[in-house]
Design a protein around this ligand. Structure first.
Ligand code: NAP
Length: 528
């Protein structure tokens, strides 16, 4: 019997455990991996790197931690972030409450006792007052259902489940399927090792140069001097980090000025590009000006004009599929040993014993890399058999798309919390800022219940309905629903097309959550 079971020991699970411990509560964490770190534990592909800057992408809950830890680059690479996660686990002595190599299979709310019964693939059975899902938004790796994969004689990998010992592609013919963020980061490095690299592209992406560099010690010093203020601004911002945000419409400024602004942001690099004008993600016409700028950049970098054309996104507005951040991606297509294969006009026909067949042509490869993404936001949750009151199954409740109150809770599932769940800013934000906000909110909520001798908290149907509507409404005020993205569930056959994250902004959302709490948990039923 625990006060809480936490599922997952990534950044969310680690901090949740730390907070609950601080309240004097008992918690058990179950983690499928052999170690902590979540995303950064699994995604070890070459070039894996965060696209949020290091000084932003780190915990703020401990000033000692944020002062003592030193990042080496502007954008941290996966091994460094994983070292950080391990450091946090050690520094706060978290490991003793984590059961590794243990996957939670079911979580059932027992009404008679108002407790969650959690079972794992290792045969554990634990009961707890609270069940907290820290399962990650991009953790359920997907391999497309392609004919013939069983017959492939070479080795194949998924970027999201990369072998810990690494993979040496030296002298090998490699195929990469997919051109999302994971592919865009790994392709330049794989190309340097492989004898030949085939990139199978269905949809080109917009990618910004990272302009990565060693972390400037002067910048680090300045941030550390005023870290509290830096963090406050991030929490109040739209996306969980501060970026120069213009108040102008892209259409209201002269073309030359707009180009100068885009050029400045391109040179600076990173995700801040979409903040250049207020209407880039609202007006298609405004967005077109930025998309055109990108396409010109691609054409200026890639020498073969047919290849450049294929790399130019045309079918969706810039930023409505997650913007990528790269180091040398477009330039990689100037190498003699790299071939871009279009699988948009004609889909991959089959994987054969020797390689990949497209439109009757067999591309022979020794190794295949699936950079094919994840069942985002809901996949990891729905892989667990979660049942609430009256044995209601979460999978049935969400058959038409996820329905939550604040992206934190679900009506009919008392005392179940999701960290960065659908209906919260989550994947549209700096994840660590959103994680900390949710963990703090949940910890405060649990304290509130305890202080008042209350046993349960549960979203009301009316509050959930209103929130779902609000999330939809604001989502549909933007261009996001125009893209067949994983935000919309479009990458998974049969998944309902719903814009899952909340786009109202991190600061606004935090205020809303704080107001709900301040009003005695408005929209929730509290029980004994
Ligand atoms: P992704 O963005 O979902 O990309 C998957 C790619 O695989 C897409 O290009 C997709 O094409 C392609 N694909 C899927 N099935 C296919 C098929 N049957 N045939 C051909 N192509 C197929 O996945 P991801 O690159 O792993 O990135 C997911 C998210 O993780 C990112 O958007 C980002 O939020 C996060 N991430 C972040 C970082 C970072 O911090 N730098 C790095 C990696 C990932 P379509 O587009 O046509 O579906």
């Amino acid at each position: 019997m625990f006060d809480a079971v936490i599922v997952g020991a990534g950044f969310a699970g680690l901090y949740m455990l730390h907070r609950l411990r601080g309240l004097g509560l008992t918690a058990r964490v179950y983690e499928a991996g052999k170690g902590v770190g979540g995303t950064w534990y699994w995604n070890r592909y070459p070039g894996a790197r965060c696209d949020v800057e290091s000084m932003d992408y780190s915990y703020s809950f401990s000033d000692e931690l944020q002062q003592e830890w030193r990042w080496s680059e502007r954008y941290s690479a996966q091994p460094e972030i994983l070292r950080y996660a391990n450091h946090v686990a050690d520094r706060f002595d978290l490991r003793k409450d984590i059961h590794f190599e243990t996957r939670v299979t079911s979580a059932v709310f027992e009404e008679a006792t108002a407790r969650w019964a959690v079972e794992t693939d290792q045969g554990d059975r634990a009961t707890a007052r609270f069940c907290i899902m820290a399962t990650g938004c991009l953790s359920d790796a997907q391999i497309p259902d392609l004919k013939g994969l069983d017959s492939f004689a070479g080795k194949w990998y998924h970027t999201g489940k990369w072998p810990h010992e690494g993979v040496d592609f030296t002298g090998r013919r490699v195929g990469v399927i997919g051109t999302g963020s994971s592919a865009i980061q790994s392709i330049p490095l794989i190309a340097k090792q492989a004898s030949h690299l085939y990139v199978f592209q269905r949809t080109p992406n917009f990618s910004m140069p990272a302009q990565n560099a060693p972390l400037d010690p002067e910048y680090e010093r300045r941030v550390k001097e005023s870290y509290a203020d830096f963090r406050r601004q991030a929490r109040e911002s739209r996306v969980g980090f501060v970026t120069e945000r213009s108040g102008d419409s892209a259409l209201a400024v002269p073309a030359e000025e707009r180009e100068r602004e885009y050029e400045k942001r391109w040179r600076r690099g990173g995700l801040g590009f979409s903040a250049a004008y207020t209407d880039l993600l609202i007006s298609k016409e405004a967005n077109d000006t930025a998309a055109r700028f990108f396409r010109e950049k691609i054409r200026a970098i890639v020498r073969d004009s047919a290849v450049a054309d294929l790399l130019c996104p045309q079918s969706y507005p810039l930023g409505t599929k997650r913007l990528c951040v790269d180091t040398g991606y477009y330039d990689t297509f100037n190498r003699d040993n790299v071939t871009l294969v279009d699988v948009r006009k004609t889909a991959i026909e089959a994987i054969t014993s020797k390689g990949v067949r497209v439109d009757g042509v067999e591309y022979a490869v020794d190794d295949l890399v699936f950079a094919t993404g994840f069942d985002a936001m809901t996949g990891a949750l729905l892989n667990i058999d979660i049942r609430g009151r009256g044995s209601r199954k979460l999978s049935a409740e969400w058959a038409g798309g996820p329905r939550t109150y604040l992206g934190l809770t679900v009506e009919g599932f008392p005392n179940l919390f999701m960290i960065t769940g659908p209906g919260s800013p989550s994947v549209l934000s700096n994840m660590i800022v959103s994680i900390e906000q949710h963990v703090d909110w949940i910890a405060d909520c649990v304290s509130h219940l305890r202080e008042r001798g209350l046993g349960t908290i549960e979203a009301t149907a009316a509050a959930q309905e209103a929130w779902v509507q609000h999330v939809n409404e604001v989502g549909h005020m933007t261009l996001y629903p125009l893209a067949p993205s994983w935000y919309m569930g479009a990458n998974i056959p049969g998944k309902p097309r719903v814009f899952m994250p909340y786009i109202g902004g991190v600061g606004v959302y935090r205020q809303k959550c704080d107001e709900v709490a301040a009003k005695g948990y408005e929209g929730f039923a509290l029980g004994r």
